[in-house]
Write a protein that binds this ligand. Structure first.
Ligand code: NIG
Ligand code: FE
Length: 427
């Protein structure tokens, strides 16, 4: 059988073609949308995006994929998720609505602590089965690359358990999976409320957990939840400096609810991304721009928490900071696998243009994972990571509020989300 595919009969192909690095400023306003072209894939790689008649003639042996006048995009890169968890945390939603803030719920032993209690009681097989279903839902929303964080274990054994589940998922599923160690997601309850407990946990992170994660190569990145009440800027610096020395790339949950110097810290350490940033300061914006750190914005989280503030996406882009968009899929603050909904929020709440949200979801998401040289765009030599949508125009991607479902997708040239016949017939 030929390992060549030709995606033909597409109304539009959103290529996002250009340099294999994060896009900034006006570069984000061009998603390089083409018409009349086909995509030629050989094995795991895109060979060409060119005039359909030329490619059909040149490759008569290639298997044809009929795009039925739909739109082809690069597969989306969801560069920030906590998709490995046990049970849902629906009980917190009403509490917040009645006026109890997110951080107060955590102070009472709920929030992340509730997910930690739950995850510690489950075994690897259970967590694998739960996450597998959730990743299938992400794939059905056009995601072909996903970052998965640990951070609901918060002990050596439970963090390693989570990361091993992530490794199993990476081996079993067609999606490209990038593992991140987030042992510093919270100070666990058994270390809180006693003298020296926080310090002891930070020491455990650095001297016990990190070496174990590094030795087994269980993570590509390290992340810290840097926020008053969780980890301070000084603690985050100490943990990330050690992680960098152990060979991990750096990410940071920064300035999510309060402006506290998190973005400045991420920039000063040369972090690959700084995430959330709803409360980023002007100095933080300037620092990110200078460092080239990707700002990963998570508007579904602010929506779900009922906040009116959003990250200053326009000011970030105008300052030259590369912006990515991600779901932050997690049981506490963003229980959604709907990636196109994030694009909708990108336009309607963050006030970006359609091309900007498309670049943020693809090339810049890939850059937030250090992968912009291999995925995020449809161009010769890039990985064959594609999504096909049963729509007439790329502007429909952020338009169908909560409705965006992908018709089919491929990662490394292999089916990732199987062709959705129901959608084909309902169009
Ligand atoms: O990105 N902010 C910290 N971590 C997650 C929430 C985790 C949770 O509440 O379970 C976030 O929003
Ligand atoms: Fe997060």
């Amino acid at each position: 059988m030929s390992d060549e595919l030709l995606l033909v009969n597409a109304r539009q192909v959103v290529t996002c073609a250009g340099p294999g690095r994060a896009r900034r400023g006006s570069e984000m306003a061009d998603a390089a949308i083409r018409e009349g072209v086909a995509v030629h894939v050989r094995g795991e790689t895109i060979v060409d995006v060119a005039l359909e008649s030329t490619l059909r003639e040149a490759h008569p042996g290639a298997a044809l994929v009929d795009c039925e006048r739909g739109v082809v995009t690069p597969g989306f890169v969801d560069s920030h998720t906590h998709a490995v968890f046990g049970r849902a945390r629906y009980e917190e939603q009403e509490l917040r609505a009645s006026g109890v803030p997110y951080m107060e719920i955590a102070r009472r032993g709920g929030g992340i602590h509730a997910s930690v209690r739950d995850l510690r009681a489950r075994d690897e097989d259970e967590l694998f089965a739960l996450a597998r279903r959730r990743l299938a839902a992400l794939a059905a929303s056009g995601v072909t690359t996903v970052e998965l964080k640990s951070g609901y274990g918060l002990s050596l054994d439970d963090e390693l358990k989570m990361l091993r589940v992530i490794r199993r998922l990476a081996d079993a599923l067609p999606m490209r999976i990038v593992p991140t160690w987030l042992g510093a997601h919270e100070v666990p309850l058994e270390f809180r409320g006693r003298d020296g407990g926080r310090r002891e946990y930070v020491d455990r992170l650095i001297h016990e957990m990190l070496p174990a994660v590094a030795v087994e190569r269980l993570a590509r990145f390290a992340d810290v939840f840097c926020e008053p009440g969780v980890f301070t800027v000084d603690e985050a610096r100490e943990i990330l400096v050690a992680a960098s020395a152990a060979g991990l790339g750096l990410k940071l949950h920064a300035d999510e609810l309060t402006s506290g110097g998190g973005a400045e810290l991420a920039a000063s350490l040369g972090a690959t991304s700084a995430d959330h940033l709803a409360a980023i300061s002007d100095a933080g914006i300037e620092a990110l721009a200078g460092a080239g750190t990707v700002a990963t914005l998570l508007p579904a989280t602010m929506l779900f928490l009922g906040k009116r503030e959003h990250a200053p996406a326009r000011r970030l882009i105008d300052a030259g900071v590369p912006v990515a968009l991600a779901t932050d899929f997690n049981p506490g603050t963003s229980p959604t696998t709907n990636f196109p909904l994030v694009l909708t929020l990108g336009v309607s709440q963050l006030r970006l243009g359609v091309a900007e949200v498309l670049v943020a979801a693809t090339v810049n998401g890939a850059a937030a994972l250090g992968l912009a040289d291999r995925t995020g765009q449809l161009a010769p030599g890039f990985s064959a990571d594609l999504a096909l949508w049963a729509i007439d125009d790329a502007r429909e991607l952020p338009y169908w509020l909560g409705g965006g479902r992908c018709h089919a997708s491929w990662t490394r040239g292999k089916p990732c989300h199987p062709r959705d016949l129901e959608l084909a017939f309902s169009r």
